[in-house]
Design a protein around this ligand. Structure first.
Ligand SMILES: Cc1cc2nc3c(=O)[nH]c(=O)nc-3n(C[C@H](O)[C@H](O)[C@H](O)COP(=O)(O)OP(=O)(O)OC[C@H]3O[C@@H](n4cnc5c(N)ncnc54)[C@H](O)[C@@H]3O)c2cc1C
Length: 430
């Protein structure tokens, strides 16, 4: 039986190991840490099990939902509350996010909810997109440049940037359209404008909102995958950091070398060693007793365009977990709320736990438009996440998967794994 080594036990490595084992390969999974899941993780705050990393997935291509079904979790797929998220503008005004967009790019530039955020002149500039030829900018793979050219600066900075900073921790100028919005450029070409392209992609998506979750949290995916790996005989080695790889070997940090017919890399590593990491994001989770939040004053959460002048706001986004997920509200006591704020890693690193808790409480008050007192806090938790500073360089003969190449997000990562596992199995005649 041909054998395979998968390096990295995040969602990418787990799905790959399962696919290869199902395809008949003898698989060894090497994970550096003492647990599986990577950025799909769980923590318990105030007695409630919560996702400490990814908490939802994009539904556009059904990729994650299909996997959930294969893992027996189909019945747990949950839609978020349709009231949607809000946006805090640089002027300190909060507005519901326009309904027709993708990544904040409006499907109807002159819609009332778009004008509310970008102003009439900003929306009019956005509407110019409909008057341009569809091919204008269609070769542009930089998301920022594409949106700026077709719809102008205000749409870019006020609508698109808050969304990409919230989801990808990157400004649109740093993102590849084909990675974060696959199919959008082609849709723009075939429909004649960016806004038409956005609408056509939305119409071809499954009905309902653009994201879904899982009852019990996204972490159930990792639990189900782990069970399957055991069932399919995958050898999982935790606490096994890999120092170097080649097409047929993985050398562990302790010097041990493993041989295989094929090596798959699902971790930030180059042929020479680990890729430097940056402190990307800090999540501050507050569980509060606050009846004033029962009515979900800002829907499922708030994205920040730019901190309002004089507000001292530091958070980039807030998710009101108990307003977003009915299953979570059902698990929390009456008037108890879960708030998850994200901070730039480099900023939040400097704060002690109690400083960050106080900051998160103040920011949550600003973002939700209510005054939250320190006595309302039941428990606070912080989680640090880092990201590789660079994309992994290709390694001769090694299949590279995961967010370093597929882009951020479970849908993008899992879609790429499925493509690569199919290709690998075919090549190996399995
Ligand atoms: C705070 C946060 C919130 C997010 N929210 C969402 C969301 O709501 N929806 C969504 O779709 N996406 C979200 N994401 C993104 C999503 O979680 C990631 O894109 C995805 O989980 C990446 O999976 P991966 O397997 O490619 O990488 P990772 O999860 O980073 O896994 C890599 C694994 O490799 C291991 N490893 C590293 N180095 C080595 C080595 N040398 N040897 C062996 N193993 C090694 C690591 O320990 C880790 O387990 C979020 C990310 C973060 C940080």
């Amino acid at each position: 039986m041909p054998n395979a080594i998968v390096v990295g036990g995040g969602i990418a490595g787990l799905v790959m190991a399962r696919d290869l084992a199902l395809g008949g390969l003898h698989v060894t999974l090497l994970e550096a840490s003492d647990h599986l899941g990577g950025k799909v993780a769980r923590h318990t705050v105030a007695g409630i099990d919560l996702d400490a990393g990814a908490e939802s997935f994009a539904t556009r291509r059904n990729t994650v939902e299909d996997l959930a079904k294969q893992l027996g979790l189909g019945a747990d797929v949950a839609r978020p509350n349709p009231r949607g998220a809000w946006l805090l503008t640089a002027e300190g005004l909060a507005h519901p996010m326009p309904r027709t967009g993708i990544l904040g790019i409006p499907g109807i530039a002159l819609a009332a909810d778009v004008i509310e955020v970008v102003g009439f002149w900003g929306a009019l500039r956005g509407q110019l997109d409909a008057l341009m030829f569809g091919f204008a900018g269609s070769k542009e793979r930089n998301l920022g440049r594409l949106v700026r050219r077709r719809m102008g600066r205000r749409v870019l900075e006020r609508l698109v940037a808050p969304v990409t900073l919230g989801i990808h921790s990157r400004h649109p100028d740093e993102l590849d359209v084909d990675v974060v919005a696959p199919g959008l450029r082609a849709a723009m070409l075939s429909t004649g404008s960016l806004s038409n392209g956005v609408r056509s992609l939305r119409e071809s998506a499954p009905a309902g909102t653009a994201v879904s979750g899982l009852v019990g949290g996204i972490f159930s995916l990792v639990e189900a995958l782990t069970r399957d790996l055991e069932r399919f005989g995958v050898r999982v080695r935790l606490n096994s950091p890999v120092a170097a790889i080649s097409a047929s070997t993985a050398t562990l940090v302790d010097g041990q070398t493993l041989q295989a017919d094929t090596v798959v890399l699902a971790a930030p590593l180059t042929a020479e060693g680990a890729v430097a990491a940056t402190a990307a994001i800090v999540l501050a989770t507050l569980v509060v007793d606050a009846p004033e939040l029962d009515a979900a004053p800002r829907g499922t959460g708030v994205l920040v365009a730019r901190p309002p002048v004089g507000s001292q706001l530091q958070a980039k986004a807030l998710t009101h977990g108990t307003a977003k997920w009915d299953w979570l509200a059902a698990r929390a006591a009456r008037h108890r709320h879960v708030l998850r704020l994200s901070y730039d890693g480099a900023v939040a690193e400097k704060f002690t736990d109690s400083e960050l808790r106080d900051l998160a409480l103040r920011d949550a008050g600003v973002l939700l438009g209510v005054a939250l007192t320190a006595t309302s806090v039941v428990e606070f938790a912080r989680v640090h996440w880092s990201a590789p500073a660079d994309r992994p360089a290709p390694i001769e003969g090694v299949t590279v998967i995961g967010e370093g190449v597929a882009g951020t997000g479970l849908a993008a990562v899992i879609a790429q794994v499925r493509l690569e596992s199919g290709r690998l199995l075919k090549n190996m005649g399995a």
